[in-house]
Ligand binder design. Structure first.
Ligand SMILES: [Zn+2]
Ligand SMILES: [Zn+2]
Length: 205
């Protein structure tokens, strides 16, 4: 069965999808002292993203600290879509590593328009893991294509969470004059629309 999947490209489309920006209130990271990065926000008016929360006039936040080991394991966030505020409710990090200043990614990340283009793969898993970080570094929809097995159960209601998106580093300079290099980490975004909880699963290749 073929699965529809999208890659984010840096162009203005019909919807208000953004890379970076700071219109969401994010928590302070206890490792590095900066606010969690708003990596992207998806416009849920886009019917291609209706699997997340239906079609509605809300934005969906893609957040994570990317300057420390906070993103190496699981991060759990409670989302208030009305106030556009995110609260941290869990983080499995026990390494407490912080990136050197010279490689630090600024908070907030400069905002850019993105739009989504369809990806067609014979083999979604192999195709995604080959092209992620090279051809693109944000995908939405389809399947998560985990590197390792992952726990995708909502810790609040114990229901299965929906897969939303994947983010990795920009290893080839897709973004000109700006760095979004986060090493070998791949971030998988899961969402429970019953609890408004986002789980970010960090894995490494
Ligand atoms: Zn941090
Ligand atoms: Zn739940």
């Amino acid at each position: 069965m073929s699965v529809i999947k999208y890659k984010a490209v840096f162009s203005e489309g019909s919807y208000h999808h953004r890379f970076g920006g700071n219109d969401w209130i994010t928590p302070v990271c206890e490792n590095c002292g900066d606010n969690y990065h708003q990596i992207a926000s998806f416009d849920l008016n886009d019917p291609r993203l209706s699997y997340i929360y239906g079609i509605c006039d809300k934005s969906f936040p893609i957040v994570s600290c990317v300057n420390c080991s906070s993103c190496w394991g699981d991060q759990l966030f409670k989302v208030d879509f009305e106030k556009k505020e995110i609260k941290l409710i869990g983080n499995t990090d026990n390494i407490h590593w912080v990136i050197e200043d010279e490689y630090r990614i600024s908070v907030p990340i400069a905002e850019h328009s993105i739009s989504f283009e369809e990806l067609l793969y014979e083999d979604e898993y192999e195709g995604t893991l080959n092209d992620l970080g090279g051809d693109y570094f944000i995908t939405a929809a389809g399947n998560p294509c985990f590197v390792m097995e992952a726990d995708t159960v909502c810790p609040l209601c114990k229901g299965e969470m929906k897969y939303v998106a994947t983010v990795c580093g920009d290893h080839v300079g897709i973004l000109e004059n700006e760095d979004f290099e986060i090493g070998e980490t791949i971030l998988y975004y899961m969402f429970c629309s019953e609890c408004d909880v986002i789980k970010v699963i960090g894995q490494s290749t």
